[in-house]
Design a protein around this ligand. Structure first.
Ligand code: ZN
Length: 286
């Protein structure tokens, strides 16, 4: 299939789904002024909005095509300013050909789980308190979501660069993409983990469609809220003399509940569309 080189070559229904995805992410507090969604259009080209809050994406002029290989605009002469962190998206698409949509979020519900680490300055992704599946709709998180530390990437490859924690070049993006892990899903071109946290920053979430990645991003933040509440309750139970054990999902339960999300992504989408369509903040002019 030839790569689409113009927005005119892209199905308008896909563009509308993309804009709806941006609005739904904002409505569910996955993004605010920061954070972004992208969708793959072909093996070599993906689409994301220009440098703007996702809630305000509305028109064709807000959308930009980028090359997977470089993260640079297909039409640099006319492209509006893009996100400096678009290399998160380009490098995930490059590493995992089966990934069709990517979200980067700064959700404050999730960030705490990126900070409690036993290996802050190594490339290890082990954590003392990992984010892990504890609600059935977020089984895709598994038993330990990996944490990527930008500082490890600076030490490994870029000792002299500015330590802004931003993924603003292909090397940083490739390092982050690697943290998603390769394994049993490699034959389908998918990462081992569909989510990776970014220390002190946020997370990256991958999916096989816009609807799926939006659902996963929302459920990741919901799982983080529930897990944090369970940990607080557990601590309080310990004080009161109860055991306070948190009954997390095991590997099998996480795997089986993970399939629930995949099968059920179509169910919430009409509701989420109706919510943003009814809110005058969100406009679609496509
Ligand atoms: Zn960011």
């Amino acid at each position: 299939m030839a790569s689409p080189l113009s927005l005119d070559d892209v199905d308008n229904a896909l563009l509308r789904t993309y804009v709806l995805g941006c609005h739904i992410m904002n409505h569910h507090h996955v993004v605010d002024a920061y954070g972004h969604l992208s969708v793959r259009l072909s093996p070599s080209v993906f689409l994301m909005c220009r440098y703007m809050a996702p809630a305000l994406v509305a028109r064709r002029d807000d959308l930009v095509l980028y090359y997977v290989d470089t993260g640079e605009a297909v039409h640099p002469e006319t492209a509006p300013r893009g996100f400096s962190e678009r290399y998160i998206h380009s490098e995930v698409y490059k590493a995992y050909p089966g990934v069709q949509a990517v979200i980067h979020s700064h959700s404050l519900d999730v960030v705490p789980f990126s900070l409690v680490s036993s290996s802050s300055y190594s490339s290890s992704s082990s954590t003392a308190t990992p984010l892990r599946a504890c609600i059935h709709i977020a089984g895709f998180l598994g038993t330990a979501v990996p944490v990527w530390d930008a500082t490890a990437a600076y030490y490994d490859a870029h000792p002299d660069v500015d330590r802004s924690m931003l993924v603003n070049n292909t090397a940083m993006g490739a390092s982050l993409a690697q943290a998603l892990g390769r394994g049993k899903s490699e034959a389908e071109g998918l990462p081992l983990n569909s989510v990776a946290l970014m220390r002190g920053h946020g997370y990256v979430c991958t999916g096989e469609s816009i609807e799926m990645v939006v659902a996963k991003a929302i459920y990741t933040a919901q799982n983080a809220r529930v897990q944090m509440d369970a940990m607080r309750l557990s601590a309080a139970s310990g004080v009161s003399g109860l055991s306070g054990d948190i009954l997390f999902f095991d590997e099998r339960e996480a795997g089986d509940t993970g399939r629930t999300t995949i099968q059920g992504a179509a169910k919430p989408w009409p509701l989420w569309m109706a919510e943003v369509t009814a809110d005058p903040l969100y406009r679609i002019e496509l």
